[in-house]
Design a protein around this ligand. Structure first.
Ligand code: ZN
Length: 341
């Protein structure tokens, strides 16, 4: 880390001198530099000590208010699960330090403003309807939703996954096992997602369980089942937990954010480099700094000196000519990975 700082310091000093002469990098200069890097021999990779200690800062559950630099509108994010303020501050700092190195760069923050960019324009669904259930038994057992059920989509940027909450927090219990006032009658009674014995069990409750809240009967409700509020503390919805659901099970998407502004917006921040919009990634600032400072290596995430040449493709994407990235990223192929809560 110390070494990296030294290098940046040297770079800033050298480029500061250039900037003083009014020599900011033009697209042509950047292209020439990219070609030079491409033609350069690979530097010897030096193994550094593995980073062995990480500082983990837990997100605090507070809201985040974004004030648009363009139109002045306030957008209030009720949850700050993504540490949005931190991410935004980091991107702004990164852009400022790259600007000091002579790069024409800014952060495209318009995606954070509900007035400048609608959820629809950004392709961020905020609600959907369950259209499919898993075919595999093992998956279907844990799948809490029924076809036709509406869910609120909290986050939409995991490739192939949504984070969702039930729109209606309700479940079912056989009428035999619940009293008129909601007391459980039985030793272990299953609470189910829908009114039939094959439906997914969300939890089992016992006599000692506090009375369940019976919900008003609706036309069409079977008489031998009782609609109840989803029991708090049960495996499942407890007012704050979200579920990760594969996006293929949810269709009929809607994009009206209402009061809940999608925190996925923070993932759509982009760089404006020489006027070209490129979706921002975490390592971009690091490799751009190294490149503009004339370094041939860059510290990878294990603290090793990796050849900067390995990042040539990304550098070309960031600095070279070409189309701006679209506002709505191209949906990647669905990947079968488990996303932890
Ligand atoms: Zn705005």
């Amino acid at each position: 880390m110390k070494m990296q700082m030294t290098h940046i310091g040297v770079g800033i000093a050298a480029l500061g001198a250039l900037a003083a002469e009014g020599k900011d990098f033009s697209r042509e200069e950047l292209n020439a530099m990219l070609d030079k890097l491409a033609a350069s021999p690979e530097p010897k990779s030096v193994l550094a000590m593995m980073a062995s200690c990480y500082v983990r800062i837990m997100p605090r559950p507070v809201g985040f208010e974004y004030v648009c630099r363009k139109c002045g509108a306030h957008t209030v994010y009720p949850k700050n699960t993504m540490q949005m303020a931190n991410v935004l501050a980091r991107r702004r700092d990164e852009a400022a330090s790259l600007k000091a190195l002579g790069l024409d760069i800014a952060v495209d923050e318009s995606v954070l403003c509900q007035k400048c960019r609608s959820a629809e324009e950004l392709g961020l669904p905020t609600a959907g309807t369950v259209v499919k259930r898993p075919a595999k038994d093992s998956e279907a057992k844990r799948f809490l939703w029924n076809i036709g059920e509406k869910v609120r989509i909290i986050e939409a940027d995991y490739p192939g996954w949504y984070r969702v909450l039930p729109e209606l927090c309700e479940a079912w219990v056989s009428a035999k096992y619940i009293s008129e006032t909601g007391e459980i009658l039985g030793d272990g009674v299953n609470i189910r997602r829908s009114p039939n014995l094959d439906a997914t069990i969300i939890c089992s409750v016992y006599k000692v369980h506090p009375p369940m809240k019976r919900l008003p009967v609706r036309p069409g409700d079977p008489s031998d089942w009782v609609r109840v509020e989803w029991p708090h503390g049960c495996e499942g919805y407890d007012g704050s937990r979200c579920y990760n659901v594969k996006s293929r099970y949810i269709g009929d998407l809607s994009y009206d954010e209402k009061d809940f502004v999608s925190p996925s917006r923070i993932n759509r921040l982009a760089w404006l480099i020489n006027g070209k919009r490129v979706a921002a990634r975490d390592d971009d600032a690091k490799i751009l700094k190294a490149f503009l400072s004339g370094e041939r290596t860059v510290k990878d995430r294990f603290g090793r000196d990796a050849p900067l040449k390995e990042d040539l493709e990304r550098l070309r994407k960031l600095l070279g000519p070409g189309e701006s990235d679209p506002l709505v990223p191209v949906e990647p192929e669905e990947v079968e990975v488990k996303v932890d809560l």
